[in-house]
Design a binder for this molecule. Structure first.
Ligand code: SAM
Length: 257
């Protein structure tokens, strides 16, 4: 693997993931566009549209929110909805709460929020670990996590935390890389991700190793069916997933009873 070990100890993983995201933070957004040919924007747009269709006015916690990609889309949706209703986008809702473990990613997120003119009543950033959230139990309407779950050290623990902070009836939503089930597409995707993505990382971000880690973390993450079962075992109900682009990514949804 990137770190020279097939299996890395749990306590090592979080510090290595920290190093990876500190290293990629400044080039994170450009790299996402380059690696996905821009399609990550479509996946995120669809994810947020789905979320906002049923969540106007609800509190949203964006865990592993990084540089604000999901939160900013939610704000734009809220602003559009507010214009339609002829009201202020801040008058009917709480700020989107962006939580991330990495200060460098949060710093880029805060700067982007300032540049775009998003106010503190629309978005708030704070540091926190998905495995031990600094949030009250039963308090959040929507917990979302986009391309973050595969980076946490203990996925089961993070799922339990999501369950804890959601209020009864609250919704868990996740966007994450999945397993491609079409064999032809899977082969092309493997070739691309193992051979080309780390090279792009080397050229653009001068950091081939971090992008090698990102590719490997995708391969190690559970399949859509396995993750949906993990959600059910945690206690979520009405669990479903929706594949995008042959399962390259999947949207997951579940409710706390
Ligand atoms: N959600 C953003 C997006 O969709 O573009 C950022 C995703 S980025 C691939 C993964 C993020 O997970 C990084 O910002 C990283 O710092 C964060 N992260 C990793 N482990 C975490 C943890 N245990 N708790 C909270 N955030 C974590």
């Amino acid at each position: 693997t990137h770190f020279g070990f097939r299996t890395i100890r749990k306590e090592l993983k979080s510090s290595l993931v920290g190093q990876v995201f500190s290293s990629v933070a400044p080039s994170y957004d450009v790299m996402n566009d380059l690696m996905s040919g821009g399609i990550h924007r479509v996946w995120k747009d669809l994810f947020v549209k789905n979320m906002c269709a049923q969540s106007k006015g609800l509190s949203v916690l964006d865990v592993a929110g990084g540089t604000g990609d999901i939160a900013f889309r939610i704000i734009e949706e809220r602003r559009r909805a507010a214009v339609l209703r002829d009201m202020s986008s801040t008058s009917y809702t709480t700020p989107v709460m962006v939580c991330d473990i990495n200060d460098e990613m949060l710093k880029v997120g805060r700067e982007r929020a300032n540049t775009r003119g998003y106010t503190s009543s629309e978005v708030s950033f704070f540091q926190g670990d998905a495995e031990k959230l600094p949030i009250e139990s039963d308090s959040v309407d929507i917990y979302c996590i986009s391309f973050g779950m595969r980076n946490v050290t203990d996925v089961q623990k993070a799922l339990q935390e999501a369950f804890r902070v959601l209020r009864p009836g609250g919704r868990f939503m996740m966007l994450e890389f999945g397993k491609v089930d079409n064999p032809v597409v899977a082969q092309a995707y493997d070739l691309y991700s193992f051979n080309i993505i780390p090279k792009i990382g080397g050229i653009v971000a001068s950091d081939e190793a971090s992008y090698q880690y990102l590719v490997e973390s995708i391969r190690r993450f559970p399949s859509q069916k396995v993750f949906a079962d993990m959600m059910r075992n945690t206690g979520f109900e009405e669990v479903s997933f929706l594949n995008r682009t042959f399962g390259v990514v999947a949207e997951y949804s579940g409710f706390k009873p």
